[in-house]
Each structure stands twice: as structure tokens, then as C-alpha cells.
Design a protein around this ligand. Structure first.
Ligand code: C5P
Length: 403
């Protein structure tokens, strides 16, 4: 379940071409179980209609401080008192400037000014041309808004509606959703640094062929995202997978087990926690052919010799920081049967305080899973659920262990 479920959010739109993304954001919020009250400035109405936003939010939209629907005619007070947060997306350069100065000449800015500071956070997603974004006036405003306690989301980078290319695009709806979900999550790993391995490895046979496995990386990516949501600094060493990088996570892409070990050794020094979710190939071809191995018409099939790959987790658990307990290591086990017995013996063999077991064939590539948490005192099941939900439960469990 999303951390946003059950929340009431006032979604404010100021004027900007990114207003079309607000429609998608509204839809995503509603899908996550949020009740959304849309408030639009007159400028926003130049870009998208209140009809669209009403249809997507299922609530009539407010566009004026003189809205007679409110019995006391104080929409700015009533709307802001009900909200768990006000999210302004897009937040134009002009709207940021207005917020900074406490302007209140239309409903959205009036409502932001009138919000109870201790109860209703204000989150803004800036959207503007790159020159406007980099203008010292805007940068000054952003710095002061942050100092005033307003949560200013990052801007995206790329092609802009004006034809230029650079910083200032509003984040995509999915990115804003991730930031909002992180905003409402418990910061149980604040100040911690977490290193995660995820996905399969790829062991080359020749320049066009290799050996890999069915791991999708979804569980590891979900764990990296959950750790980030919990406030940790997260590095994700990823084998070859087609998954988007979770927001705010440093991703290091690798192919082979040896490259994964090298990347882990490069980053593990700063980590407080190492979580090895990757399905690392146990063996690799002893020699990679320089050229594609061709069929030569004979009946002779190619002979492959294998050498054992390094065990990344075991290498880390045998390091002095892990042995002293300064680095907390979590291992994973993908089994096909007898999960408890295999996970229990693997925990001891790998020398980890916590080993997380799952049934590989049942979960590879799927969006859901069941986890078995095995430690020295026994086992606890995290029942079947979405990998993201399980990852968040696992991170909550981990945070308690670190206390
Ligand atoms: O030995 P096995 O592959 O079953 O162990 C699984 C655990 O060990 C996982 O946490 C996996 O990421 C890690 N592992 C590793 N390096 C290897 C093999 C497994 O880090 N070469």
C-alpha cells in the first residue's frame, strides 16, 4: 500500500505548459488512494481546463477566492485546513516569487499563505524555461523558499516546449509520485548508507553470447527504493536489467560477477548496510573467445570450461567492518523447495545476521513475492504481497535491527 493511501492532498496548478502533466499526476494520486482537491490559478486555466481536472479528481475544482460554494466564503481557509499537504505542480517562476513574498491576490497563493505551517506541508514542483530556472532571481527565490520550510522538488532536464534544451522541466508524474511517497514515509534509516546488489550477472562466452539467469532485479530495486524512502543514502549495483532507477538512488551498472564485486568493493567502505539481492552466476566461462564462435560444419560442438566466480556476499561478510558488526549484511536465497532449511543453513554459511529467503521460480520476473526472514532466533514470514510493499516491510524490520 502506498504511503499516500488515505491522504487528502490539495493539488494546485499555476500557469505553465507542464500543466498537462498535472492531469497524469492527479490520476496517479487518485489511484494511490488519495483524495485530491484541485485548485487552479487563472493562468493555469489557459493551459488545461478545470473540466479535465474535475473529471480526473472526481471533485469540482476551485479557481477563485470568491467561490460562493463555501458557506463562509473562505475557500482559502477551509481547503487548507483539510489537507495533509498542498502540492503545487506546476509551480511557475511567477508563482514561486509570489510564494516568497507572501502574495495572496488569488486563491492558490492565498491558500498557501493561510495554511497552518505546523500541520500542512507545502511541496512545489517548479516548471519553467532553462534561462528562467537559472536566473539568479529564481535561484534566490528557491533558496529562500527552502529556508522558509517549503519543499522544493528538483527540476528535470531535457527538451523544453520552447524548443530549447536544459534544466527546468517539471518532473514527470511518476517521479513526483515517488518523491511524494518518500515524503510521507518514516525516515527510519536517516543518516545510514545502504549498498544493494540486484539483478542477474552476465558472463560472456564470446562477444555476442553469454550466460545469465532469469532474475529481473525487481526485488532489489524495490529494496533500494524503500531504503531511499526511509532516508538512507543508497547505492545500487545493478546487473543487466531494464528497470528505471529509483529516485535519488546512485546506480552503478555492471555485467559480470567480477565487475559487480569490483563495484561493491569500491562503495562498501561508506556503507552501514550491505544487502546482496543479486542472482550472481556461480561460474563463468574460463576464457571468453575474442571472436564469435562459429559453426564450422563439423559435428564437433564447442567445449566450454568454467571457473568459479567470487562470492561477493562472502567476501564482504569476511571483511573486518562486517566481522566487527560495523557493517550489517543481509543475504538472500532463491530456492526451489525446503526454503526454511536452506535459508537457515545459508545464513550460517554466508555469515550474515539476516538472510531473506524466497522461492525463486515463483517470483522471478513477477511483481509480487513472499519473504522469509531468517535470523539467529528463528524465522518470520512477510506474507505474499507486492515487492515494493515487502521491501518497505523489510526496511522497517532492518531499521529496528540497527537500533
Ligand atoms: O550461494 P547462493 O548464490 O545461493 O547465495 C545467495 C546469496 O549470496 C545472495 O545474497 C547473493 O546475492 C549472494 N551471492 C553473491 N555472490 C555470489 C553468489 C551469491 O553475493 N557469487
Amino acid at each position: 500500500m502506498s504511503t499516500l493511501a488515505g491522504k487528502h492532498i490539495v493539488l494546485g496548478l499555476s500557469g505553465g505548459i507542464a500543466a498537462y502533466k498535472a492531469a497524469e499526476l492527479c490520476r496517479a494520486l487518485v489511484k494511490a488512494g488519495v483524495t485530491v482537491q484541485v485548485v487552479m490559478t487563472q493562468a493555469a486555466e489557459q493551459f488545461i481546463t478545470a473540466v479535465t481536472m474535475q473529471a480526473l479528481s472526481g471533485r469540482s475544482v476551485y479557481t477563485s477566492q470568491w467561490d460562493p460554494r463555501e458557506a463562509n466564503n473562505m475557500a482559502h481557509i477551509n481547503l487548507s485546513r483539510e489537507a495533509d499537504a498542498i502540492v503545487v505542480a506546476p509551480a511557475s517562476a511567477d508563482f514561486l516569487s509570489k510564494l516568497l513574498h507572501g502574495g495572496a491576490d488569488e486563491l492558490l497563493s492565498l491558500m498557501c499563505l493561510a495554511r497552518p505551517l505546523d500541520k500542512v506541508p507545502l511541496i512545489v514542483a517548479p516548471a519553467m524555461n532553462r534561462e528562467m530556472w537559472h536566473n539568479p532571481a529564481t535561484q534566490r527565490n528557491v533558496a529562500q523558499l527552502k529556508a522558509d520550510g517549503i519543499h522544493v522538488l528538483e527540476v528535470g532536464q531535457g527538451d523544453q516546449a520552447c524548443g530549447e534544451n536544459g534544466d527546468g522541466r517539471m518532473l514527470e508524474a511518476g517521479e513526483i509520485m515517488q518523491d511524494l511517497e518518500a515524503f510521507f514515509a518514516d525516515k527510519s534509516l536517516a543518516g545510514k548508507s545502504v549498498l544493494v546488489t540486484a539483478g542477474p550477472t552476465y558472463e560472456a562466452i564470446d562477444p555476442v553470447r553469454g550466460i545469465t539467469n532469469l532474475s529481473s532485479g525487481k526485488m532489489g530495486f524495490a529494496i533500494a527504493r524503500a531504503a531511499r524512502m526511509a532516508g538512507a543514502v543508497v547505492t545500487l549495483v545493478a546487473g543487466p536489467v531494464h528497470l528505471p532507477t529509483p529516485r535519488g538512488v546512485l546506480r552503478v551498472d555492471v555485467l559480470s560477477a567480477q565487475q559487480m564485486l569490483d563495484a561493491v568493493q569500491q562503495h562498501v567502505g561508506e556503507a552501514d548496510v550491505f544487502m546482496a539481492t543479486a542472482a550472481v552466476a556461480d561460474w563463468r566461462p574460463a576464457n571468453m573467445a575474442d571472436q564469435k564462435i562459429k559453426k564450422d560444419g563439423s559435428t564437433q560442438t564447442p567445449q566450454l570450461n568454467f571457473v568459479e566466480n567470487p562470492d561477493i556476499l562472502l567476501t564482504v561478510t569476511q571483511s573486518p567492518r562486517a566481522v566487527s558488526g560495523e557493517l550489517f549484511c543481509v543475504g538472500f536465497a532463491a530456492e526451489s523447495h525446503d526454503l526454511l532449511a536452506h535459508a537457515t543453513s545459508k545464513r550460517i554459511r554466508k555469515g550474515v545476521p539476516l538472510l531473506v529467503g524466497n522461492i525463486g521460480p515463483a517470483t522471478f520476473g513477477q511483481d509480487d513475492n513472499t519473504l522469509l526472514l531468517v535470523d539467529e532466533s528463528g524465522a518470520r514470514e512477510l506474507p505474499h504481497g507486492h515487492k515494493q510493499a515487502l521491501a518497505e516491510q523489510l526496511i522497517a524490520d532492518l531499521a529496528q535491527r540497527l537500533q
